[in-house]
Design a protein around this ligand. Structure first.
Ligand code: SF4
Ligand code: SF4
Length: 200
């Protein structure tokens, strides 16, 4: 649905999307570097070599609609085809459907995946290292600037855009989750009419 919609947009609108997500991508880049520097060895040792990842268990994560939008914007057509083929050929199992031998199939994995650290990893890396702990807390606060709708946030805006374009998805939590809707209402971000007359 996202790919189809984006494929009909003029280049100027696609450039607008890419501009709009630029700061978020910068955040993702430094976050990914932090994960690589401090967690990749522990994660490889504990989970990937034994094929038992608590991070990438089936039904273990939440994916936001905006995660899909960002990933489609950044992916090649072939990469999106692989994701769709994977869903079509899913045969069950304990792992996330998008986990293959080389890791996650998403180009920009969902933010909940990137921010997840199990207790084992947190204890080993963050406990006793105040500088790293403080850096991790900063990342958590920065994540909320894009995803937590106590103010206007990117993830809410992206959902609203696609709702305005006539799309609907159960992943639109910022417009569907009762808790998040209450949060928005408390901060004066209640429902308003989109340009197409829908409530967004
Ligand atoms: S964060 Fe924990 S569960 Fe996830 S891959 Fe690393 S060690 Fe495994
Ligand atoms: S989407 Fe990727 S990172 Fe997230 S659980 Fe699935 S395989 Fe793991």
């Amino acid at each position: 649905m996202v790919r189809n919609h984006l494929s009909h947009l003029p280049d100027s609108k696609l450039r607008w999307f890419k501009q709009r997500i630029r700061s978020y991508l910068k955040f993702r880049k430094v976050l990914s570097t932090f994960q690589d520097e401090h967690f990749v060895d522990i994660c490889s040792q504990k989970c990937f070599t034994s094929h038992t990842s608590a991070c990438c268990g089936r039904e273990g994560i939440i994916t936001f609609f905006a995660d899909v939008v960002v990933n489609v914007l950044l992916s090649t057509q072939e990469e999106i085809d692989v994701l769709l083929d994977t869903l079509d050929s899913d045969t069950g199992g304990l792992n996330c459907v998008y986990l293959n031998n080389t890791g996650c199939l998403w180009r920009v994995k969902p933010i909940v995946c990137e921010m997840f650290l199990c207790e084992h990893a947190k204890n080993l890396v963050l406990d006793g290292n105040n500088a790293l702990k403080s850096q991790w807390e900063k990342f958590r606060r920065r994540e909320r600037r894009y995803t937590w709708p106590s103010r206007v946030v990117l993830f809410d805006e992206l959902e609203a855009y696609f709702i305005g374009a006539g799309c609907d998805s159960p992943l639109m939590y910022l417009h569907r989750s009762p808790g998040l809707l209450r949060l928005k209402a408390r901060h004066g971000l209640g429902r308003k009419q989109s340009s197409k007359g829908r409530q967004v």
